[in-house]
Design a protein around this ligand. Sequence first.
Ligand code: AP5
Length: 345
Amino acid sequence: MTVFPLLYVQCNPLLDVSAPVDDHFLEKYQMQKSSASLLGEHQKTIFEDLEKLPHVTHVPGGSGLNTARVAQWIAQKPHSEFTNYVGCAADDHYGNILKTAAEKDGVHMHLEYTTKAPTGSCAVCISGKERSLVANLSAANLLSSEHMHSADVLDTLKKCKLFYLTGFTLTVDVDYVLQVAEAARAANGQFMMNLSAPFLLQFFSENFMQVVPYVDVIFGNEDEAKALAQLMKWEYTSTTDIARRAATELPYNGSHDRLVVLTHGSAPTVYWNRSGKHGQTDVKPIAQDAIVDLNGAGDAFVGGFLAAYAFGREVERCCDVGNYAAGVIIQHDGCTYPEKPEMTP
Ligand code: AP5
């Protein structure tokens, strides 16, 4: 009998504090449209300012937690029987919102609780359909070696076959990422990572290059493909070409025929295996006025993809399910969705 593979996800648990902002707000905090970064000294008052805006909302976020919740939603497996999530938060108001939402959605949470900092949050500044993100990691940055070596986490690492870490984990401690990569190898599982944001490839490239040989499946979007091309000194011509080069030219020490999957908004999603197998899948068009916000689209894509992957589906099908999940999320506020999906893995 084939055992259904369990999914391990690790990232920074963050509560998204989200509001529509004007250009003046973005200028004040020196933010580029559609960017993602870590909180800088000059941005210390951004949350206070967001809280004063009339349409501010608080929704569970954190890239990996979005993915874990969507994977569980698409898979429709019993509570705590598919997706496992590891990260660090505090036992405070924001932390409780995150834990309650994730557990309600069926994610098995293996959180560390610190008393040294409050739960992390992410300023989601919406302008039109675009969003600019500033993450204040706080407690998420305090994930400890003790927790990573606790009986609970070690046991979870042993039980899982699919391991998904966002690139954001590279800013916390690269040793934790390598620990999970080694655990994936020991379990003969798949180690998967998202490029997550251009700033990671610009400022945490040493950590990325240390981890990349282990990565069996790489996810990313167009902007991250461009940042990867810049890091590797590859000429950027298309996402397809970067998928090919990432699959075949980035160092790899695994035995799973590395797969690279790149999304590109409403343009086709492309994939390329190290062995040369490749293809693309179309994204179902969504009317502009049906799009609420694009926040979490990429995270939801990976959630849908991973659910289908766990069911052993072909890559094309995994991409289609991923694009379905992303399509639902962009028609809802933040990373939220209706009770049941209309597409099965
Ligand atoms: P955010 O970056 O907003 O979300 P994302 O999941 O990366 O989504 P994007 O909108 O950036 O999509 P994408 O560009 O990746 O993908 P693409 O456009 O190709 O981040 C959200 C979360 O990150 C927040 O909750 C926040 O908490 C967290 N976060 C921030 N900093 C963090 C940190 N340091 N640590 C941890 N977490 C952090 O689109 C993907 C798919 O969407 C497409 O394939 C398609 O299916 C669909 N799609 C997109 N556009 C269209 C369209 N116009 N029409 C139809 N389908 C579309």
